[in-house]
Design a protein around this ligand. Sequence first.
Ligand SMILES: Cc1cc2nc3c(=O)[nH]c(=O)nc-3n(C[C@H](O)[C@H](O)[C@H](O)COP(=O)(O)OP(=O)(O)OC[C@H]3O[C@@H](n4cnc5c(N)ncnc54)[C@H](O)[C@@H]3O)c2cc1C
Ligand code: SF4
Length: 245
Amino acid sequence: YPHPAVAHEPVIEAVASKLRGEGLHPFHLPQAVDMHEGGTCIRCKTCDGFACRLGAKNDAEVRLVDPALATGNVDLVLNTKVLRLLTDPSGSRVDAVEVEDDGRTRVINGDLFISAAGAINSAALLLRSANDKHKNGLGNNQSDLLGRNYMAHNNTAMMAIHPIRKNPVTFQKTLCINDFYFENAVRPYPLGNIQGLGKLQAGMLTARVKWAPEWAMGYFADRSVDWWIMSEDVPDPENRVSVDP
Ligand SMILES: Cc1cc2nc3c(=O)[nH]c(=O)nc-3n(C[C@H](O)[C@H](O)[C@H](O)COP(=O)(O)OP(=O)(O)OC[C@H]3O[C@@H](n4cnc5c(N)ncnc54)[C@H](O)[C@@H]3O)c2cc1C
Ligand code: SF4
């Protein structure tokens, strides 16, 4: 990495030290934030789950899309849904896309197409693009794997609450544990990853649990260390993306 790891704050450093004492291997979570000497990130409390008002998250928009648009060589077409990829008559090459915008359907031709519509919608697009040469969806004639073995992240937010001691952390999401990522001798399947969650605040909890009083949620949030537990589906051919005929 070009920059040093994002440092733990004291509470998280203490947790990391205790986990190491238990024989685990916690490490610094790699972060795509511009947090380094001379960087634009101010290490604030509203990173996880919020847009950055300083443009200090190194996401696709900040680092790629906006600079590409600034060259003047790129057109970004908004509010346009790709319906199907269209192949040449031989079925060996995609030479156009059919799109829908403002209720109109039109075709855009091109030399090169990249499908980057996400795990579900890329598969759905290829399935929708079935034609005479690709009856089960583009590129799916032989394997029938298109859209199958979908592996979702089954996420859990966990609060570890100390009844009295406060957690004054600002930027909590610096710690990561992969000790349970893979299968092992007692478990023939992987479990996933555990990482720090951006510090939970009272309003985030009352947004989910409407009946909960703000003062009580504030009490818990002030005293919790918060975790994001990202367990994963194991591959199953029947856990799949499909499209209506
Ligand atoms: C709640 C949440 C939290 C996450 N947190 C993290 C994190 O902390 N760290 C991390 O590393 N990753 C995180 N991820 C995962 C990360 O966001 C994804 O892995 C990443 O965004 C995938 O990028 P992508 O470009 O492949 O697809 P996407 O970002 O999903 O982009 C696909 C785009 O295609 C568009 N699209 C889909 N179908 C069509 C169509 N037919 N026509 C036109 N456009 C279409 C969609 O509108 C979308 O803009 C998180 C994901 C979620 C949902
Ligand atoms: S939102 Fe995140 S990237 Fe932006 S300043 Fe705050 S901590 Fe830094």
